[in-house]
Design a protein around this ligand. Structure first.
Ligand code: GTP
Ligand code: NAG
Length: 379
């Protein structure tokens, strides 16, 4: 009996020690940034590019929380590991949660001493600032609230960077110009990841795994309300989306998540219908894919209209998550036997990437890879 207790005590003590010892100061430096652009889908789209950037610079990535805006326009911050498994990221590159970095290292290695806390600012942003001289890193929401939530002021001033942020070749330039001994932390106003995500970074999605909590939440829901095989669908149809889609005809390059359908070389033409599919085409696609997969249950995720009336005509069981909880929708969509999403939405593209790396089937409304209009037949 006593032995067991002593043993338990030792195990607990050893693992405690291990946890605190797992973060030692990295002399190669750090990359810190605010995921200040867009909502969840956008932030996730840029996350993997930021991870790649940090690895190219051989600096530990300080992983920021996710930023959410609720209907009352309140801003909230969710640590990465509440939704995802932090340790999985370590398999690709050195990472540390922003909360841990600030608690354990900031006061000693990145103090508020009037010179250490430098904000790295793109030239364009400086030009937009009120005095055209200083970096507007904390002006507006989420910029101010984000850095304030970590009590960070850039008292070391700002550094305008001139060279490209995203190419591998530029990474050497960064550390040469900003050696980690003098600039242990490269703190950036926005995410150093491409938008939309670069094709070569899509595979990094495999390091983004759901946390235990999210797996349990999603699996409980699936057990209770769905029956496999089930189809997950994402209906992006709020008024903001309708407005965004009306610009499709003016877009010459990629439009948000559009490469997932149109290809990175724009093999397929983007249409307004792909961005905002008609109700008829949605109902038909759901029927077609449900039949193909022998599904009787449909899981519906949406920002606005679940189309219950229209979809009940399919005779399939329609299931929705009972509250507006985007991350739960995402988790349940990634676990579906088949998924139908929106070509342009980055909320969809998170699900698509997650399933791509697991080789699970993805489909899109108003788009068919086989029958899509090919822009360059000769390619
Ligand atoms: N609960 C829930 N919310 C959704 C769904 N689709 C969109 N939303 C909300 O709308 C936001 C859409 O913004 P993003 O996540 O950045 O993705 P996006 O579809 O590319 O849209 P934009 O940011 O407007 O370009 C999400 O973050 C959610 O807050 C959904 O299926 N379920
Ligand atoms: C990268 O950083 C790690 C951790 O600081 C260090 O051990 C390693 O030598 C660095 N690699 C290169 C190529 O500089």
């Amino acid at each position: 009996m006593t032995y067991t207790y002593i043993l338990l005590f030792f195990v607990a003590y050893a693992s405690l020690k291990y946890v605190s010892a797992s973060y030692t100061w990295d002399p190669s430096g750090y990359v810190m940034y605010c995921p200040c652009m867009g909502r969840l889908g956008n932030q996730m789209e840029q996350f993997l590019g930021s991870l790649r950037f940090s690895k190219n610079l051989n600096r530990t990535m300080i992983v920021p929380p996710w930023i959410a805006y609720d209907s009352r326009a309140d801003t909230s911050f969710t640590p990465y590991d509440k939704w995802f498994d932090f340790d999985e990221l370590q398999k690709f590159h050195r990472v540390i949660p922003m909360e841990t970095f600030m608690n354990e290292f900031a006061s000693k290695h990145w103090p508020d001493d009037g010179k250490s806390r430098v904000i790295f600012c793109p030239k364009m942003a400086i030009e937009r600032s009120p005095d055209s001289k200083s970096c507007p890193a904390k002006i507006g929401n989420p910029f101010g609230p984000f850095w304030d939530s970590f009590h960070i002021d850039f008292t070391g001033g700002s550094e305008v960077y001139s060279h490209g942020i995203l190419s591998i070749s530029s990474s050497k330039g960064w550390n040469k110009e900003y050696p980690p001994e003098r600039y242990p932390v490269i703190a950036l106003m926005g995410a150093p990841g491409a938008f939309p995500i670069a094709e070569s970074d899509r595979g990094l999605q495999k390091y983004v795994k759901w946390s235990e909590t999210m797996i349990n939440l999603a699996e409980d829901f699936i057990d209770k309300h769905l029956k496999r095989p089930y189809i997950g669908i994402h209906l992006r149809n709020g008024i903001d989306w309708k407005r965004a889609c009306s610009h499709v005809k003016d877009i010459t390059h990629h439009f948000m998540g559009s490469p997932q359908c149109c290809g990175y070389n724009k093999q397929h033409q983007l249409t307004e219908e792909m961005c905002f599919p008609s109700k008829d085409s949605i109902v038909n696609k759901v029927k077609q894919i449900a039949k193909l997969h022998g599904a009787t249950h449909i899981f519906i995720a949406t920002d606005e209209d679940p189309m219950i009336k229209e979809l009940s005509e399919t005779g399939l069981q329609l299931v929705k998550y009972d509250e507006n909880y985007p991350i739960a929708d995402l988790a349940i969509l990634t676990m579906a036997d088949a998924f139908i999403g929106n070509c342009v939405s980055t909320f969809t593209s998170f699900v698509v990437r997650d399933r791509e790396v697991k080789d699970m089937p993805n489909y899109f409304f108003s788009f068919d890879h086989q029958h899509a209009k090919i822009i360059h037949d000769d390619l």
